[in-house]
Design a protein around this ligand. Structure first.
Ligand SMILES: [Zn+2]
Length: 137
């Protein structure tokens, strides 16, 4: 499987074991933003043509998480652990975590990994976050 579920948000890193996230870097204020917005810089309001695509490795810090037991969206099989993560300095996003809540603790280093999911058109690679094996304990 090499088809990405959301190719506008991430790509496979070299080696295929992790994902790189597609950020935008503002040439006016230098702030990173995610996802890459067609409306320009969310920090300073610079127009979209001031943004430069920037892939960053999917390292993040897990700030907190909850387990969802209800089916909240198509294609998400409960239970699903959902977290809040700082994916770049000052940039906090909701992320989906791979595994169950016993795998995670607040403040731990996590990393975006490819996770195969079934969709109507077949298997695709979704983005999940898992404990970063390269992080110091
Ligand atoms: Zn800006």
């Amino acid at each position: 499987v090499t088809t990405l579920e959301k190719p506008d948000l991430y790509r496979l890193a070299e080696g295929g074991r992790t994902l790189e996230l597609r950020f935008a870097r503002c040439t006016a204020c230098d702030a990173p933003s995610f996802p890459h917005s067609p409306y320009g810089c969310p920090r300073c309001g610079a127009p979209a043509d001031a943004l430069r695509e920037e892939f960053r490795d999917g390292r993040a810090t897990l700030l907190g998480f909850v387990t969802l037991h209800a089916r909240l969206a198509p294609g998400i099989e409960p239970p699903q652990v959902v977290g809040e993560a700082e994916i770049a300095p000052g940039l906090i996003e909701e992320v989906m975590l791979a595994g169950d809540e016993t795998d995670f603790t607040d403040g731990m280093a996590i990393r975006a990994i490819p996770h195969e999911v079934q969709r109507e058109g077949g298997a695709v690679i979704a983005c999940r976050f898992a404990p970063d094996p390269e992080a110091a304990p």
